[in-house]
Structures are given as structure tokens and as C-alpha cells.
Design a protein around this ligand. Structure first.
Ligand SMILES: [Zn+2]
Length: 179
């Protein structure tokens, strides 16, 4: 499958009337709100958007977005990799009042003619991004004995000097090595 850059703006009702499917990528560096919420993004954001009309004549967009991002572990404060993905069914409406009348399966997308597709993608990613991220216990460099919510202390207590252990990176940064 050839995947090019996703258009930044689209005529959403036109695409829906023609039942157009768009697949493409967005450079995460262009998504400034997302960039502010993460440490870094590894790869382009992957987007699939299927525009269509539903049985009641609504203009709808079935949107899938996914991105591999680096975020800060809230326990050991080093980075961890996280896949942020969401699947959303959007219905295009003209007004907030119409938005309130949509069936619950839809999320409203208030739009005149054009929509800023990148902004919609960014909104979906930000909604899907967890507020707090933690390593799984084995990978976390925390030595504080603080347990992740719902985690058990066993894995934490067992020191695992893996070369990928983020704590060794932290130690190197602090100049704390023995050699
Ligand atoms: Zn951690």
C-alpha cells in the first residue's frame, strides 16, 4: 500500500458524498499540541479516514489514527515508548445544536465546507493519549519502592541490569558509574 502525506484540509461533505477513503501520514512535528504533550514521536502518524453518508443522510467519517510516541514514565522519569491509537466515528454537523442531537455512536465534527484534517487527527491522538504513563514493572528504572497502581512489588524488587534498562541511562547521565 502506498501511503503519502495526508492532505491538511479537505472538503469533508464532498468527500463523504463520493464515499472517498483517504490513507496517509502526518509529520508529527507539524502537530504542535501533540508535540507539547509528548517527549518525541518516532514515526509519522498513520491515518485512515473513510468518508461516507449514513442511512439518515449524515456525512460521516470513520477515522483511525495511530502513532508511536515517547512519553515520560511518571515513576522513574525516563522515557517509554507508547502506541497511541484510536478509532472514531465522526458525524459532520453545522452547529453545536445539531451536535447535541447526534446518536451516541457519533462524535460531532462541527464544520462548514473545509475541515482542518490534521487538527482532527491531532485531537483524536490527544484524546487517546493517557494522562499518566508508566513502564511495566520489569522495565521501570524506579528503585524507590513506589509501586505502580495495581502492580505488585515483586517485579520491582528484582533488579534486572538489562542494558536497555532506562535506569542505567540515568546513572550514566549522572556520571554515577563505577568505571
Ligand atoms: Zn519507569
Amino acid at each position: 500500500m502506498t501511503v503519502g502525506a495526508l492532505p491538511q484540509t479537505v472538503e469533508v461533505r464532498t468527500l463523504a458524498a463520493r464515499a472517498v477513503s483517504l490513507a496517509g501520514v502526518v509529520d508529527p512535528a507539524k502537530l504542535t499540541r501533540l508535540s507539547a504533550a509528548i517527549v518525541a514521536a518516532k514515526d509519522p502518524v498513520v491515518v485512515n479516514a473513510d468518508f461516507d453518508r449514513d442511512e439518515e443522510g449524515r456525512y460521516v467519517v470513520a477515522m483511525q489514527v495511530s502513532a508511536d510516541v515517547l512519553v515520560t514514565c511518571q515513576r522513574c522519569l525516563s522515557t517509554l515508548e507508547q502506541t497511541v491509537a484510536s478509532t472514531t466515528l465522526l458525524a459532520v454537523v453545522w452547529t453545536d445544536e445539531q451536535a447535541g442531537q447526534l446518536p451516541p455512536r457519533y462524535e460531532p465534527l462541527v464544520a462548514e465546507a473545509e475541515i482542518e484534517l490534521w487538527e482532527v487527527v491531532e485531537d483524536e491522538l490527544l484524546l487517546a493519549l493517557p494522562s499518566f504513563s508508566y513502564h511495566s514493572d520489569l522495565n521501570c528504572g524506579a528503585e524507590t519502592g513506589v509501586q505502580a497502581p495495581g502492580g505488585d512489588g515483586e517485579a520491582l524488587a528484582q533488579e534486572n541490569p538489562d542494558k536497555d534498562n532506562p535506569f542505567s541511562v540515568l546513572q550514566a547521565l549522572k556520571g554515577d558509574s563505577d568505571s
